[in-house]
Design a protein around this ligand. Sequence first.
Ligand SMILES: [Zn+2]
Length: 379
Amino acid sequence: MNGFTFNTTPSILHEAGGTERLASLCREHGARSALVITDRGIVGAGLLGAAERSFADSDVAVDWFTRVEADPPDTTVRAAAEQALAAGADIIIGFGGGSSMDVAKVVALLASGDCRQSLEELYGVGSAQGKRLPLIQVPTTAGTGSEVTPIAIITTGETTKSGIVSPLLLPDIALLDPALTLGLPPHVTAATGIDAMVHAIEAYTSKIRKNPVSDALAREALQLLSNNIVTAVHQGDNLEARSAMLLGALQAGQAFANAPVAAVHALAYPLGGHFHIPHGLSNSLVLPQVLRFNEPAAATLYDELAPLVGGPEPTGDLIHRMESLIGAVELPRRLRDMDIGEDVLPTLAADAMKQQRLLVNNPREVSEADALAIYREAY
Ligand SMILES: [Zn+2]
């Protein structure tokens, strides 16, 4: 066995209705003033009720930043950090999907009293220094696993996404409350759930930092997610299925935080950058084609995973099983269904090559010509 390291969020609380405990968790961390970072969709869906009640009953002050958008730009991060400083926040709470949680991570760094770095200086692997404010993450989708990863993805410029990767971004507490996910629309449940499954698959086949702890989590995650995603999509109010999805997404997040994702994500990011296709759907659209490309290098690992993937049609190899799950949750299957012109595929392939941080983890080397061929196959 090769040596490895494994890091994760130190405290995980998984409990239906657990959001009612948010203020007391802040108190336990010695906090007096919290900033909750979220988006208008969460506000509109009435998901903040339990959190509001929790703070109303406590002596912890709370302020709300509700303007996070999908693919959050650097301007949003700066605005939230300014609000945190103005409010004197001493704890940051990310409340939402990956976008809100990613913004919260960076704000916890920028709004800490002793941050001497600008946002620009944080980009890259291991660039962040110093301390951050305590950080609680409350995911409202079962997908990104951002509550247990040391990564934040921020949109810089028109179409480019930049990553901040640092152990400093690993949150202190992940609060998983499946009650918050009961009203998640079917297409969001489907896309985010497939994204979580991609995290598990790519962690398991990661070329560089594959390790036995990530492997165990990836296997368990794939089983939980594939056996519950169809129910969660078609019976959104099924608390058992929602609980399993949140746990599966967390485990897949723990896996890929330590054995990073690869070409599926590298080819998915340009779809988000150019066409604002949600992250999970972007992954789903290129997943079968990337798996097929990787098969010569990853066949043994795919064979190990295939029997774990349940769902309505649990037969055949990993690629077949994943394709049938994508069909069962009724996600679009082709790039041409997404209003993408075929002429843009070379641009997407060139952009995918910029994701070397991810491509180095892929079990098979991907050239720009390979990327273009994969997009053409997915078109
Ligand atoms: Zn992802």
